[in-house]
Ligand binder design. Structure first.
Ligand code: DX5
Ligand code: ZN
Length: 217
C-alpha cells in the first residue's frame, strides 16, 4: 500500500496561505482541520478557509471535520472541492448514508475515530469508506504527544481490511513526527498527517520527504 503524506495546515501562517501550501507541494494531500468548538474545545477554520485552500493548493485537500452534525456539513465540503472528506464516527447520525453521499459526489469518504472509540462496531462496514482515521491524540489541537496505545487499533483495522480484501487507507493524525511515524507504519497505517513536524521544520518540503522515507522502510 502506498505511503501518503498529508501535512496539516492547522498551525501554518494563514496570512500567507498560498505560500504555506506551496511549501508542501511534494506531499500528497493538504490536511485541513475544521473545528466547531462543540465536538472539540477549539474553533478553527471553516468553509471559507477550506474553499481558499482548495483554490490555492497545488495538491488535493483532505478535510478533517471535527464538528457536530457532519451529516449536514460533510457534503458541503465535498461539493466545494475537498478531494477527501473525513467525519467523526462519534458525531455522524448515519455514517453509511453520509459516506455514500460523499462518494456519489466523486470524493473520498473517511471515518475518524477518537482515541476512546473502537473500530469494532465498524468492522463489517469498512468497505463503505475509503479511509479510516485512527486519531493518535484527542482531536482539538496541534502539537500534542502521540498516543502509542493506538497502535493495536491500527493493526486490528489493517488486519480486517486485508481479510476483507479491501483497499481502504488507514490514516493516523496527531503527534506524527520523525520519532513516531515508523511505529505507525509498522502497525499498518499508510497515510500520515503531520502538522507541527512539517510546519516547524526549517524546510517543510524536506521534512515531507524525510517522513515519507521513514514510513516507506
Ligand atoms: C488535531 C488535528 C491534527 C493536528 C495535528 O486535532 O486533527 O490534524 O493539526 O497536529 P500535530 O501533527 O502537531 O499533532
Ligand atoms: Zn486532523
Amino acid at each position: 500500500m502506498s505511503v501518503v503524506i498529508s501535512p496539516s495546515i492547522l498551525n501554518c501562517d494563514f496570512g500567507h496561505l498560498a505560500d504555506e501550501l506551496a511549501k508542501i507541494s511534494n506531499a500528497d494531500f493538504a490536511h485541513v482541520d475544521i473545528m466547531d468548538n462543540h465536538f472539540v474545545p477549539n474553533l478553527a477554520l471553516g468553509l471559507p478557509l477550506a474553499e481558499a485552500a482548495v483554490k490555492s493548493s497545488p495538491i488535493p485537500v483532505d478535510a478533517h471535520l471535527m464538528i457536530e452534525d457532519p451529516d449536514r456539513w460533510a457534503p458541503v465540503y465535498a461539493e466545494l472541492g475537498c478531494e477527501s472528506v473525513t467525519f467523526h464516527a462519534e458525531a455522524a447520525q448515519a455514517p453509511i448514508r453520509l459516506a455514500r453521499e460523499i462518494r456519489a459526489m466523486g470524493r473520498r469518504a473517511g471515518l475518524a475515530l477518537r482515541p476512546a472509540t473502537g473500530i469494532e462496531p465498524y468492522l463489517d462496514i469498512l468497505g463503505e469508506f475509503d479511509m479510516i482515521l485512527v486519531m493518535t491524540v484527542e482531536p482539538g489541537f496541534g502539537g500534542q504527544p502521540f498516543i502509542e496505545a493506538m497502535m493495536p487499533k491500527v493493526s486490528r483495522t489493517r488486519r480486517a481490511i486485508e481479510a476483507a480484501g479491501l483497499d481502504v487507507w488507514i490514516q493516523v493524525d496527531g503527534g506524527v513526527s520523525r520519532s513516531t511515524i515508523e511505529k505507525a507504519a509498522e502497525a499498518g497505517a499508510n497515510n500520515f498527517v503531520a502538522g507541527s513536524a512539517v510546519y516547524k521544520a526549517d524546510d517543510a518540503a524536506a521534512e515531507v520527504d524525510f517522513l515519507r522515507s521513514l514510513a516507506s522502510k
